[in-house]
Design a protein around this ligand. Structure first.
Ligand SMILES: *Cc1c(COP(=O)(O)O)cnc(C)c1O
Length: 647
């Protein structure tokens, strides 16, 4: 079936034409790419049509991303590159902590707030160190989910009262490490994820002679919303059921250790898009806090886990790429609901803890890709009809000539039918490759005219999606989706994507993106939209000799650490950029992985490879000495080169 086109036009034709004649401004670009909707005040379109970063918020100093990238190129740094803005991380840590301070003041909340950054969201050194530094005045802590994460956390410079929480499944060494941290004066809390961990902690604490601080993870009945709905609820992987909590209390009471229960923890999943789900979960966990205190457990910290969502598409809805609430609302709801429940039972207000990872790190990094090639669908060139063309091809030619606003629907449907016929004839050997090629180009030409006419007649663009997708350019970008945007592939995550320059020119093409892996999944054909998902991205006609960069935004959570070396494309280079009144400064550049590193991770030895290749070259009778030398030099260079396309 051909993609359906509505039979009636809406008749706003004149308006559409006028629109097209108007000059395209930077304001228009902000709307095309929805910048004010997703940028949280960190990005905007500058007067000169270049995208700007304002790491200290809209009132602070700015820098052009395009210029930063050009500077990196002048330094000889290859693309793709990750730009990191540590000031954005600082701003997010402050925003989170200040939101809770304000909420506590507003509701006269007598407890406190001490957030945790779960390092699994991004363990990169710059991220953890910056978050630790910015969080120190707030006694903001860190959360480990494994021994290795705890090892790096114990070395961080934190406020003495900052919590270090140990989540995740634990073996004896994990618990020893945590208890030693406590002996060293750190505020370490061991969160028990499952019942069997309790006896382990009691045993090792006795061995080491350390009084542990215990957190209990509670299995919420309430579920989140969005992608990670199943992280909460009864089928969740982690957490104590209510009978297990009662048993744990009894065991600890018998051991004279009831006083070690410091924290109650729950996590309803990541990217919870609907505030009602969050409120429901808070109610449940706050009631459990009250109940635990009534049973004599002196719980001080009430930990509501992660889930604070990032509005990737800017739509402010409960759509999976969005959130129907803001950070201040989140903080206020947590504070208010907890206060209300505690007051109702005459229990003291706890110190609230949250483990927001995504919301803290997502904004700070921008992936920059360069478009290296454009693949266009056929039919844009002038098409000649071969003299002895098959009658069906001739018919196609006539259709292409005759298309108009009056008949384009019939013409398109006829062309679609012809295309099928030609395919059948080709399979039977009744039509030549040349004829088929002409027919295909004609079909695309008809489809393009159909789309143009339908748009002029003012069909809403989303009803013409299939046609738009079929006719879109494919921009080949020098990167690997699997290394740099794994969630796009794994869970269909949406990220804002847009050009970094020419934002005062009307984008005249629609495109999808493909990466340079040889995996056909290495593509992006879903883009943000306020109402739905867009299948194509508006882009400019690429000018030869002028670089065209695309920025992928809000990539600072999870993408940095989930990336994989599919096709042996390695970790990309990263630049740390600071912006102040005097302009911007590239503080540090960390080079991307060289081919050698990536190959060695697969179990090869560089020396052995080089030796085997040299042996092959030396035994060749076809290569002369100069060729042998050139080949070995090329091979050695590839082993140490960047894994992506270089000029
Ligand atoms: C992953 C995780 C988080 C982080 O969740 P975000 O949605 O990124 O804030 C917090 N707590 C726990 C227990 C987690 O597993």
């Amino acid at each position: 079936m051909p993609p359906d086109i509505l039979p009636v036009a809406c008749g706003r034709r004149a308006g559409f034409k006028l629109e097209k004649l108007k000059r395209y401004t930077t304001k228009d670009a902000e709307e095309t790419y929805l910048v004010p909707h997703w940028a949280a005040g960190f990005f905007r379109v500058g007067e000169d049509g270049q995208l700007e970063v304002t790491p200290q918020g809209p009132g602070g100093p700015s820098a052009s991303l395009y210029e930063i990238v050009q500077d990196l190129r002048d330094e000889g740094r290859p693309l793709p590159v990750m730009l990191r803005f540590p000031q954005i991380l600082e701003a997010r840590v402050e925003a989170l902590n200040e939101a809770f301070r304000r909420a506590m003041r507003k509701y006269d909340f007598q407890g406190g707030y001490q957030g945790l950054f779960p390092v699994k969201v991004n363990q990169r050194r710059l991220v953890v160190e910056t978050v630790a530094r910015a969080g120190k005045p707030y006694a903001y802590g860190l959360e480990a989910g494994s021994k290795a994460e705890l090892a790096l956390i114990l070395a961080q410079d934190l406020h003495p009262e900052a919590i270090i929480a140990c989540n995740g499944f634990k073996d004896d060494d994990f618990i020893r490490l945590a208890l030693m941290g406590r002996k060293l004066g750190r505020n370490v809390i061991i969160t028990l994820e499952k019942f069997a961990e309790l006896s382990r902690v009691i045993r090792i604490a006795a061995e080491l002679g350390v009084e542990p601080q215990i957190g209990i993870r509670y299995k919420l009945k309430a579920k989140g919303s969005g992608q990670w709905e199943e992280s909460g609820g009864e089928s969740a992987k982690f957490g104590f059921t209510t009978p297990e909590i009662i048993r744990a209390i009894d065991i600890l009471a018998n051991a004279g250790m009831l006083g070690t229960i410091a924290m109650l923890h729950a996590h309803i999943g990541s990217q919870v898009t609907d505030i009602r789900r969050i409120k429901q979960a808070v109610r449940e966990i706050a009631q459990t806090y009250v109940q635990l205190r009534k049973l004599g457990a002196p719980v001080r910290y009430l930990n509501l886990g992660g889930g604070l969502a990032v509005d990737y598409d800017g739509s402010k809805t409960a759509f999976y790429a969005s959130a129907n609430y803001t950070l201040p609302e989140y903080a206020e709801d947590l504070v208010y609901v907890t206060k209300e429940i505690c007051d109702g039972h005459g229990e003291p207000h706890p110190t609230l803890v949250t483990e927001s990872g995504r919301a803290v790190t997502a904004y700070h990094s921008v992936l920059v890709l360069e478009v290296v090639d454009t693949i266009r669908p056929a039919g844009e060139e002038k098409i000649e009809l071969p003299q002895d063309a098959h009658p069906v091809v001739q018919d196609m030619f006539e259709l292409a000539k005759s298309i108009s606003a009056k008949n384009y629907r019939e013409v398109y449907h006829d062309a679609y039918a012809n295309k099928d016929t030609i395919q059948n004839l080709y399979d039977l050997g009744l039509i030549s490759l040349r004829d088929r090629a002409v027919a295909e180009a004609l079909f695309y030409q008809i489809a393009r005219k159909t789309l143009k006419l339908a748009l002029e007649l003012d069909y809403p663009a989303d009803e013409l999606e299939d046609l738009q997708k079929m006719l879109a350019d494919k921009l080949v970008c020098n990167f690997s989706l699997f290394q740099s945007l794994p969630d796009t592939w794994a869970i269909k995550q949406l990220f804002p994507i847009m050009p970094l320059s020419r934002l005062n020119e009307r984008p005249t093409r629609e495109a999808t993106l493909v990466d340079i892996t040889c995996d056909s999944d290495g593509k992006i054909d879903r883009f943000i939209d306020l109402h739905d998902v867009r299948n194509t991205l508006p882009v400019h006609e690429i000018r030869p000799g002028e670089p065209y960069y695309l920025g992928v935004f809000l990539t600072g959570a999870y993408q940095d650490v989930l990336g994989m070396s599919h096709n042996l494309f390695g970790r990309i280079g990263e630049a740390h950029v600071v912006v102040d009144e005097d302009g911007y400064k590239i503080e540090r550049f960390i080079t991307g992985e060289k081919a050698r590193r990536v190959i060695e991770k697969m179990g090869y030895e560089e020396g052995e490879l080089a030796e085997a290749v040299e042996k092959l070259v030396r035994s060749s009778r076809k290569l002369n000495p100069a060729e042998k030398g050139a080949f070995m030099e090329l091979y050695a260079r590839e082993l140490v080169g960047y894994t992506y396309l270089e000029e």
